[in-house]
Design a protein around this ligand. Structure first.
Ligand SMILES: *[C@@H]1O[C@H](CO)[C@@H](O)[C@H](O)[C@H]1NC(C)=O
Ligand SMILES: *[C@@H]1O[C@H](CO)[C@@H](O)[C@H](O)[C@H]1NC(C)=O
Ligand SMILES: *[C@@H]1O[C@H](CO)[C@@H](O)[C@H](O)[C@H]1NC(C)=O
Ligand SMILES: *[C@@H]1O[C@H](CO)[C@@H](O)[C@H](O)[C@H]1NC(C)=O
Ligand SMILES: [Zn+2]
Length: 492
């Protein structure tokens, strides 16, 4: 995941949890009233908005128990065991990182296109889009006072470079935007170092996204931002940042948690800090890229679609194994598993491997613009972009009627203990569809360590586990298949 728009996710989650609690108490009150009135228990179930009563849909879903078992057996215990891990390892070891606009991303797209075709998947094709093209170039940050020290940094996507020879300036260390405002009079001509504590990704990423702009507004010449991570072994994390129209653009990079904390200590002692920053970063004209598509065409309603997705692009450090090679590969593997079992659902299962997610869901936004004309035929949109670790369940956005059906579908995953259906589907790339009312689902895994590695040199195959990816692929394939095969589309 890369987009900054998730900004509000902390507050959202809290709100949704509260709403969840309210809903739960409404439900338990309703149950109580039913019991008191000695009405049949089914009175409390959400009604279907379609012709078919919920009770019948629940029965229909339960009929997939054996199919789900087959998918799980193949992915977790059978001949497809470890296949998604092997696919991901071969892909990331061969191609490496895949930055928007880079030749590597082009190679990655060709690699996937060929692999999907070789497997005999249907309607494999590329859909052209225009993507941002930022290049890092050489970059270096040296502390000159109070002592000589090389700072590990990573420039931020869309940052401009420094003039040749770099920028040498005194540092102002702050721990929040509030402190920056309070000390605005001290900022002119300085390099702002943000040493904000990590609260949550959604909240703290504001500093990476807007740190340069806020510093430039009060006359700073560059900004260095503590990496957005809850854990560090002195490694910097990159990511996208946004300039604001009408505000001067200044160079900006992330530094390590350790160096940011050290500078706070130095400043508290009253030591003068001087840094020389040089960055060759450049923004080039938008480049040509592609969303990569493969399908199992529906047998009864080929025009209706369940979309399964992850993004192929990554940052230019490490291998992008976890962000989001894993999500892309399980979205491919879901089709492979169903093809191996000879399962062709009523509706089309469409895998889309997005491009330029890290620049703000750029490939997906163009896909939405092109395909929204058929929005009434999109049954469910799915995205995995928070790592393919041990799956915990599915996060879902949709009406209460659709949620009730999804809850039944999740029961099919009992054999691998992944039956949880949670609130609030997340995903930069499926957001446009969800905002327009299409039900959305995202994979929730045991992602406690995700932001340790995110957008850093730590995002390699070594953080992935074959057995965990087997489970992810099984969840992904089962949910996608059953929804695509039900008699009716999910209600909206
Ligand atoms: C799958 O990976 C696990 C964990 O590394 C390993 O124990 C198992 O033998 C592998 N299975 C196959 C078929 O390679
Ligand atoms: C610190 O670096 C500067 C410039 O690179 C150099 O001139 C100076 O000798 C260094 N000082 C020490 C103590 O190494
Ligand atoms: C919309 O759906 C129709 C019917 O399936 C299809 O022929 C057409 O190509 C689709 N348009 C787009 C832009 O996807
Ligand atoms: C699911 O839970 C059961 C009971 O706790 C356990 O026996 C089984 O190994 C678990 N399965 C997986 C795939 O984790
Ligand atoms: Zn991602």
């Amino acid at each position: 995941m890369g987009s900054i728009c998730r900004s509000c996710n902390q507050k959202d989650t809290e709100m949704i949890e509260n709403r969840g609690a309210t809903w739960r108490s409404v439900v338990s009150l309703a149950v109580l009233l039913c019991i008191m009135a000695q009405l049949p228990h089914s009175c409390c179930r959400p009604p279907s908005s379609h012709g078919k009563p919920f009770r019948d849909i629940a029965e229909e879903v339960a009929g997939y128990k054996n199919v789900a078992k087959k998918i799980i057996d193949l992915a977790v215990y059978g001949k497809a065991q470890n296949r998604s891990y092997e696919k991901l390892a071969a892909f990331t070891d061969t191609i490496g990182n895949r930055m928007s606009g880079s030749q590597n991303l082009e190679l990655a797209i060709k690699y996937m296109y060929n692999a999907l075709r070789q497997e005999g998947l249907e309607n494999v094709h590329l859909e052209p889009v225009k993507v941002p093209f930022w290049v890092r170039g050489e970059e270096r940050a040296e502390m000159l006072q109070p002592r000589n020290h090389t700072l590990a940094i990573l420039g931020l996507g869309s940052s401009i470079g420094t003039p040749k020879g770099g920028i040498e300036a005194e540092v102002l260390v702050v721990e929040s935007f509030e402190e920056l405002k309070r000390r605005a009079a001290e900022a002119k001509g300085k390099i702002i170092v943000y040493n904000q504590p990590f609260v949550s990704y959604g909240e703290t990423v504001q500093y990476r996204a807007f740190g340069a702009t806020e510093a430039a507004k009060i006359g700073a010449v560059a900004s260095l931002i503590r990496s957005i991570t809850p854990f560090s072994i002195n490694n910097p994390h990159t990511g996208w940042q946004d300039y604001q129209e009408g505000v001067p653009k200044i160079p900006t990079a992330c530094l390590t948690v350790e160096d940011a904390q050290m500078m706070t200590r130095m400043a508290q002692r009253g030591q003068k800090i001087v840094i020389r920053l040089s960055m060759e970063a450049r923004n080039l004209p938008d480049a040509d890229s592609f969303n990569t598509v493969a399908e199992i065409t529906g047998r009864e309603h080929p025009e209706q679609v369940v979309l399964i997705s992850g993004h192929l692009d990554s940052w230019d450090v490490a291998q992008g194994a976890m962000d989001d090679g894993g999500g892309a590969v399980i979205s491919w593997e879901a089709l492979s598993l169903l093809r191996d079992l000879g399962l062709r659902p009523r509706r089309t299962l469409r895998t889309v491997l997005w491009t330029a997610e890290e620049q703000g869901g750029v490939g997906a936004a163009q896909y939405y613009q092109l395909h929204k004309v058929n929005i009434s035929n999109f049954d469910l949109v799915m995205e995995s972009d928070m790592g393919t670790f041990r799956p915990l369940g599915i996060q879902f956005s949709g009406t209460q009627q659709a949620r009730a059906i999804m809850r039944e579908v999740m029961k099919l995953l009992q054999p691998i203990n992944t039956t949880a259906l949670e609130e609030h589907s997340e995903g930069t790339d499926i957001n446009p569809w969800m905002e327009a009312g299409v039900p959305g689902a995202s994979l929730h895994t045991k992602d406690r360590k995700y932001f340790w590695f995110h957008h850093s040199n730590g995002d390699t195959m070594s953080v992935q586990e074959p057995t965990e990816m087997n489970l992810c692929a099984a969840v992904w394939a089962t949910v996608a298949y059953v929804i695509a095969d039900l008699e009716e589309m999910l209600p909206r």
